[in-house]
Write a protein that binds this ligand. Structure first.
Ligand SMILES: Cc1cc2nc3c(=O)[nH]c(=O)nc-3n(C[C@H](O)[C@H](O)[C@H](O)COP(=O)(O)OP(=O)(O)OC[C@H]3O[C@@H](n4cnc5c(N)ncnc54)[C@H](O)[C@@H]3O)c2cc1C
Length: 535
């Protein structure tokens, strides 16, 4: 939660003074001594207003000013919607059109720019896809990010996260890797080994990404009934460092910690990807490598959007979707023109969160209402901080792409310039991430930018007290409903319940959104979008 009262001019000067005193031994400066001006702190979620138009829509909309037609109409141009449009276009449907609420496509994988420097607003990396992510791999091959060489799949190193990838601030210094260090003979190390053995056991049971390509057995269902926290306690895995690390991983991927996500989700994080290794057990596998770009996954979005030029209509808040016998009618508010558009389409893909789809459909199917009642969402705050110079270094591991303080409840920050070949002494942008509890949503949506900026800055200032001197601007993005939480029971719905029914719907109205996988990552959203054009 943000500190009450925010960060005003006076507090700002105090923060800057503290920083200078802490770093150089200088005394606290006063106003008029050449200290940086209070930086601009602002929200950059322009679609926040139009998005809520949906909530306030009345039964009596004005008559539509424009009538349009499409063979296939995709609602929502996030990764899933863009992948769906791409797949329909490739299947020979010329007339695919997309309606997107925001001014920019990409949804939670949108990018941003601060002082000419690209940075992410949401998703910022894509791990090397495993064998089950066939459609994602094919897309990456098409972009030249992957290629076949002497019978092996090789990634284009320029797009892989440059080394060093990550570090942890612990005991007053930076340590390599995010796993807290442990002495070889310590109990922590023994617990790391025990967890690694559990992950190997889970891998033998079968986990995959996309998750629906893994087997679903009574043993998986049993894991879905328990919280990850309870499962760890049951297995005697109670070491503080191990639990902090696992909690961090869950918050990073699912927006919710060990007590909120299921044991299935906690194990899936490791077992579906590169596993888990105790320090010294084995080298970090090459498969732990990730693709990333200064603007995050917006780089991938740009390549999805390019072939859809002319078919993407941004600034359109879809208000109502009504399925009739001969087609589907969609009403959308054109924000710029200030008028209502009516679309008639043969098929409609709802590539929007499940709770939005349930509000849009005039007659939502029972599975949609059930799914909307099942899912809860984690809100997220993303703060992009423009610095005039890199921060002063602390002892230990070198500056990395991902930087995380141990023990905190925020998720650390990535340096958007790490991936450029630019000299390190210039300006940069740090992107700080924080997942919140569903109960924090109202405070996030109604809060002042200064208050939330203060919360984001506090985590970094604790490690780098010189931050206030380097800071020029803070652009804040709030995601009220960022990620569907894979809480106990959600996986069973994805496999065989309401979420499975939505994924398999093949009528005039189809569903595609990361939500349908019960958690949201690029591989799930892309594969769901691609699949909706089949059959
Ligand atoms: C802060 C954050 C960090 C993340 N980091 C990563 C990461 O590093 N790697 C990763 O793989 N994943 C990450 N994710 C997960 C991310 O959600 C997925 O990767 C992916 O972008 C989800 O795509 P989607 O299409 O399913 O959903 P969305 O991105 O939610 O797309 C839905 C789209 O529908 C639009 N829409 C909604 N309502 C309407 C309406 N009424 N009318 C018209 N349009 C509408 C929205 O504006 C949006 O563009 C992150 C998510 C967040 C929030």
């Amino acid at each position: 939660m943000p500190p009450r009262g925010g960060i005003g001019r006076r507090q700002w000067l105090q923060a800057g003074g503290l920083a200078i005193a802490g770093c150089t031994g200088e005394s606290v400066p006063t106003a008029g001594t050449g200290l940086p001006a209070t930086p601009v702190m602002r929200w950059v979620d322009a679609e926040h207003g139009p998005g809520h138009r949906l909530r306030h829509k009345s039964g009596s909309l004005p008559p539509a000013a424009v009538q349009r037609r499409a063979t296939v109409l995709v609602v929502g141009a996030g990764v899933a919607g863009l992948a769906a449009a791409r797949a329909f276009a490739r299947a020979g449907v010329d007339d695919v059109q997309l309606l997107e609420l925001a001014a920019q496509p990409g949804g939670q994988s949108r990018g941003h720019e601060l002082a000419g420097m690209p940075c992410p607003l949401g998703a910022h990396y894509l791990p090397l896809p495993g064998p089950a992510a066939r459609e994602v791999s094919a897309f990456l091959h098409e972009l030249g990010l992957l290629r076949h060489e002497l019978g092996r799949t090789v990634a284009d190193e320029r797009h892989l996260c440059h080394s060093p990838q990550e570090r942890l601030f612990i005991d007053g210094a930076w340590a390599e890797s995010l796993l807290p260090p442990a002495d070889p003979a310590s109990r922590t190390q023994a617990q790391y080994r025990a967890f690694a053995a559990q992950v190997r056991k889970a891998q033998a049971l079968g986990f995959a990404l996309p998750s629906t390509r893994a087997p679903w057995t009574p043993a998986h269902a049993a894991l879905d009934r328990l919280s990850f926290s309870d499962w760890l306690a049951h297995e005697g895995l109670d070491d503080e460092r191990l639990r902090w690390f696992l909690d961090y991983c869950c918050r990073d991927d699912y927006g919710a910690g060990l007590q909120q996500v299921s044991a299935w989700a906690g194990l899936h994080y490791f077992a579906s990807r590169h596993g888990f290794a105790a320090p010294g057990e084995r080298e970090v596998e090459a498969s732990a490598a990730v693709f990333t770009w200064p603007e995050g996954n917006a780089w991938l979005v740009r390549h999805l959007v390019m072939p859809l030029a002319g078919r993407l209509h941004t600034g359109r808040a879809v208000l109502q979707v009504d399925e009739g016998r001969h087609g589907v009618q969609v009403l959308a508010w054109d924000e710029q023109a200030g008028q209502l558009e009516s679309w008639r389409a043969g098929r409609v893909v709802l590539a929007v969160p499940v709770f939005v789809a349930a509000r849009l459909l005039a007659r939502p199917p029972a599975a949609l209402s059930a799914a909307a009642a099942t899912l809860r969402y984690a809100p997220w705050l993303v703060a992009n901080l423009q610095l005039d110079q890199p921060l002063l270094e602390r002892p230990g591991a070198s500056p990395s792409w991902d930087n995380v303080p141990y023990g905190g409840t925020a998720l650390g920050w990535v340096d958007a310039m790490h991936q450029t070949l630019r000299h390190r002494s210039g300006p940069t942008v740090l992107t700080a991430y924080r997942s919140l509890l569903p109960g924090d949503r109202a405070a996030l949506l109604q809060g002042r930018a200064e208050d939330w900026a203060a919360a984001a800055l506090a985590e970094i200032i604790a490690v780098h007290p010189d931050l206030p001197r380097r800071l020029r601007q803070v652009d804040l993005m709030r995601w009220g409903h960022a990620m569907a939480i894979p809480a106990p029971g959600v996986r069973s719905s994805v496999q065989a319940g309401a979420l499975a029914a939505l994924r398999q719907a093949r009528g005039r109205v189809r569903f595609a959104h990361g939500d349908l996988s019960g958690s949201s990552v690029f591989e799930e959203a892309f594969t769901l979008g691609h699949g909706v054009a089949q059959g």
